[in-house]
Write a protein that binds this ligand. Structure first.
Ligand SMILES: C[S@@+](CC[C@H](N)C(=O)[O-])C[C@H]1O[C@@H](n2cnc3c(N)ncnc32)[C@H](O)[C@@H]1O
Length: 174
């Protein structure tokens, strides 16, 4: 009997392999940002708390930085829930417009918002890109699991360890 999902040979990558590639890519991109931002001040914005995996890695990489974290609701384990004054619940399009966020100097935005709805994701990414851009000065970095197009953002090559999964690294140019 065939396993559910059909013969393995029909599939280029199993779900396990895709998950491994995604996590390795995210880890490599976050670590690239750590190196790039050394000496540059600013807080971090984590868009998409989810299970808290990338938030937990960011706080390990950037122990001295404030990290503001956004999601519709909390589904992370208790040890990955940000402090209340850095946790923003609700739709991102509204939360990012908060005057308290606008007053921050932001060094890095990590947007990890992807779902199985690629059209919905593209629509959200297009709506968020100008909102994110309005928070950034030249030299800030944006990492995203969905493409975003902003004229003054320059796409950087992915770090070598991040080549197995689509991810987007941008630096604000001017
Ligand atoms: C892929 S998960 C994040 C995974 C997380 N970074 C991790 O490492 O565990 C995407 C998250 O984005 C959140 N999200 C998607 N669209 C959103 C929106 N418009 N406003 C707020 N949160 C949103 C979802 O609720 C979901 O928890």
């Amino acid at each position: 009997m065939q396993p559910a999902g059909g013969p393995m040979s029909d599939r280029r990558q199993s779900r396990l392999e895709r998950m491994l590639a995604r996590l390795a890519t995210q880890k490599a991109c976050l670590e690239f940002a750590q190196r790039e931002l050394a000496g540059r001040p600013g807080v971090l914005l984590e868009l998409g708390l989810g299970k808290g995996r990338t938030y937990d890695h960011l706080r390990k990489l950037f122990p001295a930085r404030e990290i503001h974290v956004f999601d519709r609701a909390v589904h992370a384990p208790p040890d990955c829930i940000p402090p209340a004054d850095c946790l923003w619940l609700g739709d991102l399009r509204e939360q990012l417009a908060s005057p308290r966020i606008a007053a921050l100097q932001v060094a890095l935005v990590h947007a990890d918002l992807g779902s199985d709805d690629s059209a919905g994701d593209a629509h959200l990414a297009a709506a968020l890109a100008p909102l994110i851009d309005g928070l950034l000065d030249a030299g800030a970095l944006v990492l995203s699991d969905r493409e975003m197009q902003v004229p003054r953002w320059r796409q950087l090559p992915l770090p070598l360890a991040a080549r197995g999964w689509a991810y987007f690294v941008y630096r604000v140019d001017r």
